[in-house]
Unconditional design. Structure first.
Length: 451
């Protein structure tokens, strides 16, 4: 197989599908060709790992840093409660801009750079209102990054499919993101112990700048997805195409949002309850690490061993069922071994649902809605999670650990919707042909008879 020709155009004008071999991709030799078929997989995995790194530090230490700034528990709760609504709005705006410009890579780096700069500003912020404004701005800047990254990765997967290139393993790409969260969560702990709580912001700032720099390197060659000059004038009009099967699309998003939102009670009270029962901090860390490690393993194996996008609807169903089982176990206040078993179900209640929904809405959205569909999904997830977070306090006060049963009921609603999705998608399947995934519709009985 011949090598890709030299670059006839600068990388800023390159498209993610350009490979130097296929005229459909523009042939700019950017290095994503069949002779380097795994390069896109590696670079997108590295990009995702870089962008997710800040999550491993921020989730663990941001509330502690706010407390070190002299805020009360109520003030911290108020600041954190404002974030989901801001994220919903930002996801919708960022995803729409991404689809309109087709420039996911540059937008990712723009938002990441803004986030890093806001971390610097927060390091000098004092007082509730100033911190509220800063954290709100940070949420607005951070929220679209993962949505745009999903749009970039799945858009590249779609283009590789059209060009007949080897399929991109989206689940493995996401797995590297989760692995990065786990690694930075564990690695930052010893460093954080050596610093005063008020200085934790500078760990987050350093990781944010590191993520941005690494992301800018790995996004190279994926920066733009605008139509090439040789494409037909009608091609850009596809961005105004109607969404396919909107009712099915709404059912998929509602299913995923109900299951993802059911994690609210766990998010608020799991660590607090385990500490109240006398479980030491080491065990609590192990419990959360178990959930994250199981998630990484699932993402890495889903594409190769569990059928990938061919099992998208099954992922929704098994994920909702797994959530019901997980919350039922927690509702019975298990011993440590039971806690670890329930945490090991995280790949079902969270990862499988996220993966199945991502595959399905990407197929329904197509090129015209590459990022927006993920923005809508993220917004719905944020809305249900926010509602569950607000309801968790009264539920815990009234029912204690039995409050998890309300979360199981949410997941049950998601399970019912997953069966509706399964029935509605019975006419379409994902098949594999010559090493690439393709979408194909089964012919109806009338079409078969007429043939």
């Amino acid at each position: 197989m011949r090598s890709a020709p030299p670059h006839p155009q600068p990388w800023r004008r390159a498209r993610p599908g350009d490979d130097g071999l296929h005229p459909q991709g523009g042939g700019d030799g950017i290095g994503m060709g069949a002779d380097r078929k795994d390069d896109a997989q590696r670079r997108l995995s590295s990009l995702t790992a870089a962008l997710y790194a800040i999550g491993g530090v921020q989730v663990a230490f941001f509330p502690l840093w706010l407390g070190a700034r002299g805020l009360s528990g109520a003030e911290i709760a108020t600041i954190l409660a404002a974030c989901p609504a801001i994220r919903i709005l930002s996801n919708l705006i960022g995803a729409r801009i991404g689809d309109a410009r087709g420039d996911y890579g540059r937008l990712i780096i723009l938002y990441a750079t803004a986030s890093a700069a806001i971390f610097v500003a927060l390091g000098f912020a004092q007082g509730f209102w100033v911190l509220l404004a800063g954290v709100t701005a940070l949420s607005f800047a951070q929220a679209p990054i993962s949505v745009l990254n999903d749009g970039l990765v799945l858009g590249e997967a779609h283009r590789r499919r059209e060009l007949g290139l080897p399929a991109l393993n989206f689940s493995a790409v996401r797995g590297w993101g989760s692995a990065s969260v786990l690694v930075f969560m564990l690695a930052s702990g010893p460093l954080a112990q050596r610093l005063p709580a008020d200085a934790l912001i500078w760990i987050m700032t350093g990781v944010a700048f590191l993520s941005t720099a690494a992301g800018a390197f790995f996004v190279h060659g994926f920066a733009a997805a605008r139509p090439a000059a040789h494409e037909t004038p009608e091609a850009p009009q596809a961005t105004h195409a109607a969404l396919q099967r909107p009712l099915l699309f709404a059912a998929i998003i509602a299913c995923a949002a109900m299951v993802q939102g059911s994690h609210g009670f766990l998010t608020v009270f799991a660590s607090l309850h385990w500490a109240a029962r006398g479980f030491d901090p080491t065990f609590i860390s192990i419990a959360w690490a178990t959930a994250m490690a199981a998630e990484v393993a699932f993402f890495m194996a889903a594409g190769e061993w569990f059928g990938g996008e061919k099992r998208a609807v099954f992922f929704l169903m098994i994920g909702a069922a797994g959530a019901i089982l997980r919350w039922t176990i927690f509702a019975n206040d298990p011993e440590p071994w039971g806690v670890l078993c329930a945490q090991a179900l995280n790949p079902l209640s969270a990862s499988a649902v996220a993966l199945g929904a991502a595959y399905l809405i990407a197929e329904l959205g197509g090129k015209a809605y590459t990022a927006r569909v993920h923005g809508w999904l993220a917004a719905a997830n944020g809305a249900t999670l926010s509602a569950a977070l607000y309801a968790s306090g009264p539920l815990e006060a009234a029912f204690g650990q039995r409050g998890y049963l309300a979360m199981a009921a949410m997941a049950g609603a998601g399970l019912a919707l997953s069966f509706a999705v399964a029935g509605a998608t019975r006419g379409s399947v994902i098949t594999e042909k010559k090493g690439r995934a393709t979408a194909a519709a089964r012919p109806s009985q009338k079409e078969t008879e007429s043939a």
